[in-house]
Ligand binder design. Structure first.
Ligand SMILES: [Zn+2]
Length: 233
């Protein structure tokens, strides 16, 4: 039933909220305070002609007799016919109008009037809002990424290991990688490398290297940049 896919209200057929609030408070819905609005919502629910059951994808009359008429049609098929009050909802002009309203686009559905969203459910909906699109976009990005880099799976694996914490204990390696990435980012953005700093673990290693084997350290610097001898304390 498309009607239930489109609307979040729990019933219909009651007079408009503005009509109810004018009758009760002599003011429009928009001018009511919180407590008054609550009261009008209850009044509205009390005047529902039909009830929407989204969990069952079914609409019942408020006067539902709680039984269905079951019979076999001439070809032997079992027909379940709703009770009389429920059948009458189908003929209700207000219900037919509600059915006729068009399905808004997903974009516009995000802006469904909040006054017709039950507060508790609204929290659940807000959490889910846009989640489907987000999941889809992330999924397609990941797929795109792996298609582009299918020959670099060793680096993807490295990234995965680094993120998942499997490289714990390899702090010098990680801080060297971190430094190199930062350095390339700066160079790429045309920024200077002034004040760029090595992380503690690799910095310590370089100090030890420079003090124990200057030759070895020079080689290291030729490959990985490294601190100038002057900045080594
Ligand atoms: Zn019924």
């Amino acid at each position: 039933m498309r009607y239930l896919h489109r609307t979040g209200v729990s019933g219909g057929g009651a007079p408009q909220r503005t009509k109810l609030s004018l009758a009760k408070y002599g003011r429009k819905w928009g001018d009511l305070d919180g407590a008054q609005k609550k009261s009008i919502k209850k009044e509205e629910a009390a005047q529902y002609v039909w009830v929407n059951r989204h969990d069952l994808l079914a609409v019942f009359s408020v006067g539902c007799k709680k039984h269905v008429l079951t019979y076999n049609d001439p070809s032997g098929h079992v027909i379940n016919q709703p009770c009389d009050p429920c059948s009458e909802v189908l003929d209700d002009k207000r219900f037919r109008n509600a059915l006729r309203r068009k399905m808004p686009s997903e974009e516009h559905m995000r802006f469904a009037p909040t006054q017709y969203r039950p507060d508790t459910l609204a929290t659940v909906w807000t959490m889910q809002m846009g989640v489907r699109q987000l999941v889809q976009s992330v999924r397609s990005r990941i797929r795109h990424f792996f298609t582009l880099h299918k020959d670099n799976d060793i680096f993807l694996e490295f990234a995965r290991m680094a993120i998942s914490g499997e490289l714990k204990g390899h702090d010098a390696l990680l801080s060297l990688v971190e430094f190199e990435v930062r350095r390339f980012q700066r160079l790429h953005a045309g920024k200077s490398l002034r004040n760029i700093q090595y992380g503690q673990p690799i910095s310590e290693l370089m100090n030890i290297m420079a003090n124990t084997s200057p030759q070895c350290y020079r080689l290291f610097c030729a490959k990985f940049g490294g601190k100038t001898p002057r900045s080594i304390r």
